[in-house]
Design a protein around this ligand. Sequence first.
Ligand code: SF4
Length: 408
Amino acid sequence: MPISAYLHIPFCRRRCYYCDFPISVLGDKTNTNQSGSIVEYAQFLCEEIKITPTCHLPLETVFFGGGTPSLLPPRYLEKILLTLDEHFGIDANAEISIEMDPGTFTLEQLHDYKKLGVNRFSVGVQSFNDKLLEKCGRFHRLKDIEQTINFIYQTNIKNFSLDLISGLPYQTLETWELSLEQAITINPSHISCYDLVLEPVTAFGKQYKPGNFPLPDDEDTSKMYKITQQKLTKAGYEHYEISNYAKLGYQCRHNLFYWENKPYYGFGMGAASYTNNQRFTRPKTRKTYYEWVKQLKLSGYVISASNLSRVDILLETLMLGLRLKKGINLSEISNRFEKDIIEKIYQTLIPYHQAELVYFKNINDNFITEINNNSWQSIHRIMLSDPDGFLLSNTILASLFDKLESIV
Ligand code: SF4
């Protein structure tokens, strides 16, 4: 059963030009303290929590994502946390994270979140360059980022992350390097660096073509990835996941559950959950979500989702696990699948191992350098090399999928 919960808070001031998330735009001026939409949403979210089957295992991680959860007045966050605690229980040492966007909350609000038990803050900086922020349609500017960081210092928060995006239109290697340096100077415990993905339905997707100006070309985005790896590891951050860096002891526990392909609850409009061997995504507008919650209550919690097949589980485990620096525990996979699957994984990865894009480790955590036809029997872990293997992860996964889809 899951011990992890994701709560989607869909409200945003504006829709950023690269974003295809399920959100509700409030506009720049709405007073969130008096917003009827927020009151109603919090009620339905709590309703969904209350009708979800539980085996009363206390939650070890809770993640408020969005959207812009920092638009949520603390009294609603309190209500949601109380509902979770009453229904599932929240472990005393739980990681409770919230995503926050600069310019969307006050110092007092941050104090309140902290008092309510939130102990990890993830700030959507995206860039330290006003021109790039404007080109992305972001609500905030550099002055808002500076204010946010001052709030964080004043509240003595140590466990906070900064999110940055590389590959933005008009971004150069120089502006990217500068953003990284500014992030390092702030000294967060965690930094996430995501490469821009052009989703067809977004303003960017309609306006730009991958690799064409004003987007950086493939060569420059690869360089950005390598610069990130060099600069952040040199500054004392561990590159523990393909897009994530953390100081010792500050990896995001909630996201680790995803990458380790563990089950999790999801609540709210558009939220995905992974429970009872089923992945399920909730309706993506507030109206359809509210209707769905009402029906769910009437039906006694009947969700129409199909069980994941064995091949789905295997491929997802590989896809998610290879994002992690520690890679995948093959012994765990061999407990769930036939031995010849492990051999096929090994054979597919041999050329990548020879190209130093993939590493193999034995049970004693030592690298296996000399390999032969039978080496697969002694492999305990597989992992991608950093940064070259991570950069080619899509190609490596495509080879694995090709090989495994037909045989599982
Ligand atoms: S603030 Fe985040 S969730 Fe909201 S529109 Fe921008 S990128 Fe999307």
